[in-house]
Ligand binder design. Structure first.
Ligand code: FES
Ligand code: FES
Length: 215
């Protein structure tokens, strides 16, 4: 279903970063906010990662130790068994680029890659990811060199408030890797789980198209 046709359950857009919009350099914003992908690519995102068989109990059955590689860095943390991947990233690993919109799998703001697959972080339990490789918006750029899709978002002016952008970009990266970019309609379909309350869909699609053609 084309994203434009989806009802938007996203709450009010998050506050724009402290710097005034008029002066904020879009390149800096897109890199720092993780603006890059958003995406609730619904169906594929919800597939999630396979359960980990070796998550290790660390307490009275209410918490577990989980070891994951996030943006190339191996980390081991003990979390409440109910902790979502989204909260693991934002609250435990200090990676706020991945956004919490609905926290219910409906908006795609929390999209990240788990072992290369698009996943809604809010619907994925952290303890099921032991051994997984996770990529967030903070891990896309190579130093000062933005990921091509991040650059395309800037060139296509594909965001306004930027709240959905990290999820859109991560979803777009997944969409391109999956080869779901044969047409604009294809992109809209496979990114239909990523809601943009600002209505930037045409430009988002163009950014994904541009990047896919440049592969
Ligand atoms: Fe909305 Fe996860 S799908 S925050
Ligand atoms: Fe504002 Fe998408 S929700 S740019």
């Amino acid at each position: 279903m084309p994203a434009e046709h989806r009802a938007s359950p996203v709450p009010e857009p998050a506050p724009v970063p402290s710097e005034a919009p008029s002066t904020l350099r879009r390149r800096t914003f897109i890199a720092a906010s993780g603006v890059a992908v958003g995406g609730a690519v619904a169906a594929p995102a919800l597939l999630g990662a396979e359960p980990a068989a070796d998550a290790q109990p660390a307490g009275e059955g209410t918490s577990s130790r989980v070891a994951v590689t996030v943006n190339g860095r191996r980390v081991t943390v003990t979390v409440d068994n109910r902790t979502s991947l989204l909260d693991l990233l934002r609250e435990h690993l200090d990676l706020p680029g991945t956004k919490k919109g609905c926290d219910a799998g409906a908006c795609g703001a929390c999209t990240v890659l788990v072992d290369g697959r698009r996943v809604n972080g809010c619907l994925t339990l952290a303890v099921r990811l032991d051994g997984a490789e996770i990529t967030t918006i903070e891990g896309l750029a190579n130093g000062d060199d933005l990921h091509p899709l991040q650059q395309a978002f800037i060139e296509q002016d594909a965001f306004q408030c930027g709240f959905c952008t990290p999820g859109q970009i991560m979803s777009g990266v997944g969409c391109i890797r999956e080869g779901r970019t044969r047409s604009a309609g294809d992109i809209r379909e496979w990114m239909s789980g990523n809601i943009c309350r600002c209505g930037c869909y045409p430009k988002i699609v163009r950014a994904v198209e541009q990047t896919a053609k440049g592969r």
